[in-house]
Design a protein around this ligand. Structure first.
Ligand SMILES: Nc1ncnc2c1ncn2[C@@H]1O[C@H](COP(=O)(O)OP(=O)(O)OP(=O)(O)O)[C@@H](O)[C@H]1O
Ligand SMILES: [Mg+2]
Length: 411
């Protein structure tokens, strides 16, 4: 069975797409050799899924937009936009059947022409939204990718950072963490102190206006590296590098979205300390709620230590709980929603992210903002609540820029 790294798609198909054989008798014990083989097979399955999803050239291709979609995105009345396209030096789009299709870069040009590029008061800082919860599988990565794509779609200069060694966010960008992302292309060398600038590890993505710092499994070594530096480097503070690295990017981005691992640790602490806003996805199940309560307790006690160390208070511009994978007809979900909304007034995002087929990443690895496939109605419904959730976060970010801008103007 050839599933090695060099196996071709045809070889992978020969092995994986045939009917399962009657299993050979299992060895008595499972040791490193058998586990190693399972690892290879798992990698082969991922490689095949990606080859199918991203045929023909193993890259995600950016979505293109119809004239109606462009008019909504700019925004501009469709007729006015059509007239401007005909009469001005603006992108004409590519013909696709009877439609014309435009790229997100074209949309940016239309926005520049219409004066609708997102505006941010001078002297305000980039917003850094960290998505975190120690509980696994609650929809952190899903919230993070859709938030990042939403901001890019609205014309904000956006950076997504994958700080989870599981690298799910990286995978959603069409990259295989094992083979497409060398260790030095992740945030690992930055946390180790080998690469002083985040700028050196940022890469563009298939989304115009959305850059990425990817992850792979090696990133977990950053936990040890940060602990070691704390012990060995005078003046080094383990939770500060990311904040300092992001500050050093200056005016390059409006928004940074950080996806974190489902674990407490030095990497997550960096993401929390760098955050101006915190988004906590919560699935409305009792055990998950208990876990979120623990997360809040840990966060409070960690911040307490940090505040004492810093001699001043770390405060977020906003903290929001997002009820995710919500089933409106599920009685437990309804009960927990009531408690959470009552208990944390003003802290829960108004719209819940419903459990939806359009938000369950399938083998095609498409996000809701990229997808053409599947049932259009399901997709449209998912898009509506997704947009509502993201709009609320956008409003929080903008509100803060406004007050920061005003304070700056007074100073
Ligand atoms: N609203 C939703 N409806 C349906 N499926 C969802 C929804 N949100 C997330 N999922 C699916 O649930 C799974 C877990 O989601 P996700 O990876 O976003 O969680 P996570 O909190 O980042 O997990 P981890 O803690 O492992 O990083 C994924 O398969 C994702 O596609
Ligand atoms: Mg995740």
């Amino acid at each position: 069975m050839d599933l090695s790294e060099s196996a071709s798609v045809a070889e992978l198909e020969t092995v994986l797409d045939t009917d399962p054989e009657t299993p050979a008798s299992q060895p008595q014990t499972i040791g490193i050799e058998a586990l190693g083989q399972m690892t290879t097979v798992a990698q082969g399955i991922l490689a095949l899924a990606r080859a199918r999803a991203l045929a023909p050239n193993l890259e995600k291709t950016p979505r293109r937009y119809t004239l109606t979609e462009v008019a909504e995105l700019v925004p501009m009345p469709r007729k006015t936009l059509e007239y401007a396209i005909q009469t001005k030096d603006l992108p004409k789009g590519d013909a696709s059947g009877r439609k014309r299709l435009f790229t997100l870069k074209d949309v940016e040009e239309f926005r520049r022409y219409a004066g609708t590029l997102p505006w941010r008061a001078a002297g305000t800082r980039q917003a850094v939204v960290t998505v975190a919860n120690f509980k696994g599988g609650v929809g952190k990565t899903s919230a993070a990718i859709h938030l990042a794509q939403y901001f890019a779609l609205r014309g904000y200069r956006t950076l997504a950072i994958d700080l989870d060694p599981q690298a799910s966010l990286t995978t959603l960008f069409g990259l295989l963490p094992d083979s497409d992302v060398p260790d030095e292309a992740t945030a690992l060398p930055f946390f180790m102190g080998d690469t002083p600038r985040l700028a050196d590890i940022i890469r563009p993505t298939h989304w115009h206006g959305l850059d990425l710092i990817p992850a792979n499994l090696a990133l977990s070594d950053a936990e040890f590296a940060l602990a070691k530096r704390q012990g060995g480097e005078t003046g080094f503070v383990f939770y500060r590098p990311l904040l300092e690295g992001l500050d050093a990017l200056g005016e390059r981005y409006d928004i940074v979205v950080i996806d974190t691992p489902p674990a407490q640790g030095f990497i997550t602490m960096n993401a929390l300390f760098a955050a101006t806003g915190l988004l906590v996805p919560l699935t409305p199940a009792m055990m998950d709620f208990a876990s979120a309560a623990l997360f809040l307790r840990m966060l409070t006690s960690n911040l307490d230590v940090i505040n004492q160390y810093e001699g001043r208070e770390k405060a977020f511009d906003f903290v929001r709980i997002l009820l995710s994978k919500f089933e409106p007809n599920n009685k437990v979900h309804q009960q927990i929603e009531r408690w959470v909304r009552k208990g944390f007034p003003g802290t829960v995002i108004a719209k819940n992210l419903a459990l939806s087929a359009a938000l369950r990443t399938g083998p095609d690895m498409q996000t809701a903002y990229e997808s053409f496939v599947g049932d259009r109605r399901t997709l449209r419904r998912a898009m509506e609540f997704l947009d509502d959730v993201n709009e609320e976060i956008e409003a929080l970010v903008r509100e803060h820029w406004l007050s920061e801008g005003r304070a700056g103007a007074r100073a």
